[in-house]
Design a protein around this ligand. Sequence first.
Ligand code: IPE
Ligand code: IPE
Ligand code: MG
Length: 253
Amino acid sequence: MSAPSATTAGIPRHVAIIMDGNGRWAARRRRPRMIGHRAGARAVNLCIDFCLERGVAALTLFAFSSENWGRPADEVGALMKLFLNALDREVAELHRRGVRVRFIGERGRFDAGIVARMDAAEALTAGNRRLTLAIAASYGGRQDIAAAARALAVEVAEGRLRPADIDEAAIARHVALSDLPPPDLFIRTGGDVRISNFLLWQLAYTELWFTDVLWPDLDRATLQQALDDFASRERRFGLTGDQVAAATPPETA
Ligand code: IPE
Ligand code: IPE
Ligand code: MG
């Protein structure tokens, strides 16, 4: 994880999104929740297009949380089918557009068919550089940190690491997305103002942005609003406003 620089925000390098509100979108139409999930898939494409256009380097989407396994079996089953179909349908096009696809989360909890498609999508797109798209699937921030702790414990047990050397950088190396800059901007749709066990470690200094717009209703104007708001914020990373101003070169015309 690169050290954050104290700077006034421009275009975020990394955007992380909780795509929420599919179920309520369907309920308002008196339709089954699954209809909302299907409609949500369209918003995913819109969001990827937007990031490609604006030069955002990395996009992390929360698709399914570790806790979402606890939903009714028919909803989980339908979501898995949707996930599988989306992988079959979208990956070739993402590859053509220069998108590097990867998955974070507990992959072993998925069926073999889905795991095989995840592996294949990552292998196919590994060399792409226009946009890194990380899909958080069966992901939990606490589980992520616990896995990092386990990995460090193994290094200690094998004599490769001293407990005294376990610092912030050591943990950062082992949590998900360790090769990307931490998210600059977090967006949550659906009106709830919470993190819901998303990237707990990685969001430490991320700018948070919430909207009542339900995920399937996402449009470009809403995403632009998030970017505009982000650009107007002063990120201080614990320093004073004066320090930040002194470190930021004045804008040249
Ligand atoms: C987000 O929408 C998608 C997943 C969690 C899979 P929800 O299904 O949580 O929609 P709401 O929050 O019930 O409206
Ligand atoms: C977070 O949404 C997870 C995803 C969007 C995938 P939830 O709908 O599961 O979150 P809570 O239950 O409202 O906190
Ligand atoms: Mg929800």
